[in-house]
Design a protein. Structure first.
Length: 242
């Protein structure tokens, strides 16, 4: 059991690293165009908070046998900080207020959690407090792409829902979910089980809106009337797979 726990911890670290690196092509596009376009900065900011909280939760002074959780999330916090900085730099001035306020909020939340857990709590109560807070915000992190999923449904395009990001959300969530089961840690099981399910939904949506004919009764058939009423716009169907 201990060996399996370690193995899935390694898988979790690898897939989480790929997850953190998945948006690189997205940010290359943002840098090239010097605009954040319709990309949302919320997922990156929420991921930063979750990384900070998870890194803290994984430390021996908070929970035992979770150092692998701490190491990968420390690295993740560094990577996400870079993404958030780039997003704020290239976002139009009128659209910076919301992500900037959210960033200030998450820094405040993390500071309060650390302060309270060090000076007011000890032993199991410290683990319980940090675990609950981490779980709550981890669920919010996994739920943050819901706005992008809504955009996909509205535009019928996966342009702003990178495939690799969805894939590694699923793989990372699955690995850490199993890791939590083997370690009997509910604070690892709950958020990553949610992430696993949400990642699966994103992959299904990607397959549907990337190749909608795969789900039609007659593959390749196009409704002529609809085509005349709503002529396709090539730019709205461009696909970015990163």
């Amino acid at each position: 059991m201990a060996l399996l726990h370690f193995i899935f911890g390694v898988f979790g670290n690898l897939f989480a690293l790929f997850l953190f690196l998945a948006p690189i092509k997205t940010f290359k596009r943002i840098i090239k165009s010097k605009s954040t376009e319709e990309f949302s900065g919320v997922p990156y900011i929420m991921t930063l908070l979750t990384c900070l909280l998870s890194a803290w939760y994984g430390l021996p002074i908070v929970s035992s046998n979770n150092i692998m959780v701490s190491t990968i999330n420390t690295l993740g916090a560094i990577i996400e900080s870079i993404y958030v900085s780039l997003f704020l730099f290239y976002a139009p001035k009128k659209e910076r207020t919301k992500p900037l306020c959210l960033l200030i909020f998450i820094i405040g939340v993390f500071s309060i959690v650390v302060t309270v857990s060090i000076f007011a709590l000890h032993g199991n109560s410290r683990k319980l407090f940090c675990g609950l807070v981490t779980t709550i915000f981890a669920v919010f992190m996994y739920a943050s792409p819901l706005s992008i999923m809504a955009t996909v449904i509205r535009t019928k395009s996966v342009e702003f829902m990178p495939f690799l990001l969805s894939l590694f959300v699923f793989l990372s969530g699955t690995s850490w979910f199993v890791y939590g089961l083997l370690g009997r840690d509910l604070f690892v099981i709950i958020p990553n089980g949610f992430g696993c399910g949400l990642g699966a939904i994103q992959l299904i949506m990607y397959c549907y809106y990337r190749n909608p004919n795969l789900f039609e009764g007659q593959p390749g058939e196009v409704n002529a009337i609809e085509m005349k009423m709503n002529p396709p716009k090539p730019s709205s169907h461009r696909i970015v797979e990163a």
